[in-house]
Design a protein around this ligand. Structure first.
Ligand code: OSB
Ligand code: MG
Length: 368
């Protein structure tokens, strides 16, 4: 495919409700949408980097820079045959996995449209619908938290993830567990603890949690190993796994027993598939994380989560959990069994609502 032109859209979309993690509260979500023209077709990708570097070092600003100055000049006018080929072209550019993944997603969309095959088919996904849960941010009070959990359960979510941080952990999780003794439950600290302060989390081992996600810093693989030895509950890594190589090292080190795969964090869908395959060989379950995506990124996550070793429900909620109005014409809804259907159309299987896209665009640029 000859990549002829690119448009970047910096989007800022109001969230249905604020989302608070150990690294801060947001009421609107920023991302970059990328439109790629090739061989008379249009492909779309989403770069999941946020406005602030609280989750990862990449931001909308760093991604914009790296696209404009390095990634796009490298691929403009090039004949790119697939994601592997794209990786080869981008190999001289260090890091910036989320920026690379955003472009790679558009390449997958183009490939699928060219071949008349869905992303699920291209990846080798096996399921027509995938099990999902909901990630609930820190709330203003324990009562508000219980209410939020109850609200999402009433809407049909059968797995809940709670955000925790120091001082807002054991007592809140205990309150939820006492109220909902059989609810599949897990927690996510977004790297807010040290090996020392994580002592406070040991009582979580009695709450029958599915997993404890990323308690320690992203570069603390070895400390995660030491901490995992103290828990019966599986530790799950999110921020620490930014490539297939890190996934292999984490497994060799026994730093975790579960991996959260986010295509953006690991540099794209091809790397996601590689991590999936490695974990499948090692009998380590994976699940699909989320970054509050628009319909574009959500479509990609659903296709990815249709692979067989995605054995735990994903952080892929229905559109209305995030946005009153999405930039895709397609709206994702929750089925009665807490699943969401995987798109079946060519490529990502979604179409863009240009009017809504314009409404939420705060900056855009076309190259060349
Ligand atoms: O750590 O999983 C995370 C959202 C933004 C950044 C990091 C995380 C999250 C979520 C939300 O937990 C998942 C979703 O519903 O998209
Ligand atoms: Mg996480």
């Amino acid at each position: 495919m000859n990549l002829t032109s690119f448009t970047l859209y910096h989007l800022r979309m109001p969230l249905q409700s604020h989302f608070e993690t150990s690294f801060g509260r947001i009421t609107e979500r920023d991302c970059i949408l990328i439109e790629v023209h090739a061989d008379g077709l249009v492909g779309w990708g989403e770069c999941v980097a946020d406005r602030n570097p609280g989750y990862a070092y990449e931001t909308v600003g760093t991604a914009w820079h790296i696209y404009q100055e390095f990634i796009l000049p490298t691929v403009i006018g090039q004949d790119i045959v697939d994601a592997r080929d794209l990786q080869k072209h981008l190999a001289p550019i260090k890091g910036h996995q989320m920026a690379k993944a955003g472009l790679e997603m558009a390449i997958w969309d183009l490939l699928g449209k060219q071949q008349g095959r869905s992303l699920r088919e291209l990846l080798g996904g096996e399921r027509a619908k995938v099990a999902v849960g909901v990630s609930i941010g820190l709330q203003d009070s324990p009562e508000a938290l219980l209410q939020a959990v109850e609200g999402y359960m009433a809407r049909g979510y059968r797995r809940v993830k709670l955000k925790i941080k120091p001082g807002r952990d054991v007592s809140e999780v205990r309150a939820v567990r006492e109220q909902f003794p059989h609810l599949p439950l897990q927690v996510d600290a977004n790297s807010a603890y040290s090996l020392e302060s994580a002592e406070a989390l040991l009582p979580l081992d009695d709450f029958d949690l599915l997993l404890i996600e990323q308690p320690l810093a992203e570069d603390d693989l070895w400390d995660h190993h030491k901490l995992q030895r103290r828990f019966r509950t599986p530790l799950c890594l999110d921020e620490s796994i930014t490539s297939p190589r890190h996934a292999r090292q984490a497994l060799e080190m026994k730093a975790c027993r579960v991996i959260n795969i986010k295509q953006g964090r690991v540099g794209g869908l091809l790397n996601s598939k590689r991590i999936h395959d490695l974990c499948q060989l090692e009998d380590i379950p994976v699940w699909c994380g989320g970054m509050l995506e628009t319909g574009v990124g959500r479509a990609a996550n659903l296709a990815l989560a249709s692979l067989p070793n995605f054995r735990l429900p994903g952080d892929i909620s229905a559109t209305d959990r995030y946005y009153a109005q999405d930039i895709t014409n397609d709206v994702f809804t929750l089925n009665a069994d807490s699943t969401i259907d995987v798109p079946t159309g060519p490529g990502l299987g979604v179409t863009i609502n240009r009017a809504t896209l314009q409404r939420f665009t705060i900056q855009s640029i076309t190259l060349p």
